[in-house]
Design a protein around this ligand. Structure first.
Ligand code: ADP
Length: 260
């Protein structure tokens, strides 16, 4: 589905990404992890076609990304960011309907009536009761659910997530990740997610890429990445790794340096 070969990106003299290589299979949930400033967001901007690589290439479904027009890309690729909705006063339903834009002509019409798509998304995301409410009157967690609804209406086959749970409390974090995971499984969606939280990443990702200072340090399953020495090397802190009692996946416990 997605192949990245020898990808690099420089801004003037700064080499932000160096020789990044990985591939993601269809239906896979792939995480991108790394400390602040390691190049995660830059990598996602290259994968979404917003920025151009300085070297190497990205292939989606066997075609270099630059062969696709913006509108072609938006028919199979969607991006969900933190706080990604416009600050203007649309209703929940209007925002979800905006996800249909790639399929509309210049009059905003679609070939067939697609109102069923929007209604079923509102139902799935438990937004039916909120559909006529203005975005301004929603909580952060509800707004992010609306943003998810908009990208679902886009019907992508590749979803890029840029720290989608950053401003959410733990209840909304899990709700958001569960909604994405359910969608991914039902539609065989491919997900590439920049995630801040290593423990969430371990639970939801099939494989992950750890980057540090623009270089790929390791690629593998949660068990292969969530190792104390690797995390120490990248983040400069030594966590204790434990097995999640239910999911049986590695989880980190942080250790304070000055506590007896
Ligand atoms: P992360 O998402 O891992 O926090 P970023 O991809 O945002 O990291 O940034 C990686 C590095 O690239 C940082 O040092 C940042 O300052 C630099 N950078 C990002 N965008 C630009 C830009 N447009 N111009 C110059 N430097 C940039």
């Amino acid at each position: 589905m997605l192949q990245v070969h020898h990808l690099s990106k420089s801004y003037n003299e700064a080499h932000v990404l160096k020789d990044i290589r990985f591939s993601v299979a269809q239906g896979e949930f792939f995480g991108i992890l790394g400390p602040n400033g390691s190049g995660k967001s830059t990598l996602l901007k290259l994968l979404s076609g917003v920025e151009k690589a300085s070297g190497g290439d990205i292939q989606i479904n066997g075609e270099p990304i630059e062969r696709y027009s913006r509108k072609q890309l938006s028919r199979f690729l969607a991006v969900l960011q933190q706080e990604s909705l416009p600050p203007v006063n649309f209703t929940v339903k209007e925002i979800v309907e905006m996800g249909r834009y790639p399929y509309q002509n210049w009059l905003g019409e679609e070939k067939d009536d697609q109102s069923g798509i929007v209604d079923s998304i509102l139902e799935k995301l438990r937004l039916v009761d909120l559909q006529d409410r203005s975005l301004q009157h929603l909580s952060g967690g509800e707004r992010q659910r609306v943003a998810l609804g908009k990208v679902m209406a886009q019907k992508p086959s590749l979803l890029l997530l840029d720290e989608p749970t950053t401003y959410l409390d733990i209840g909304y974090q899990i709700q958001m990740m569960d909604l994405i995971k359910t969608w991914q499984r039902e539609e065989k969606l491919t997900v590439v997610a920049v995630l801040h939280d290593l423990n969430l990443a371990s639970i939801y990702c099939d494989r992950m890429l750890m980057i540090s200072q623009g270089e790929a340090i390791s690629i593998g399953t949660p068990e292969e990445i969530m190792r104390s020495e690797l995390i120490e090397r990248v983040y400069g802190t030594t966590p204790i790794i434990v097995e999640h009692p239910v999911h049986k996946l590695p989880q980190i416990m942080l250790q304070g340096g000055i506590i007896e």
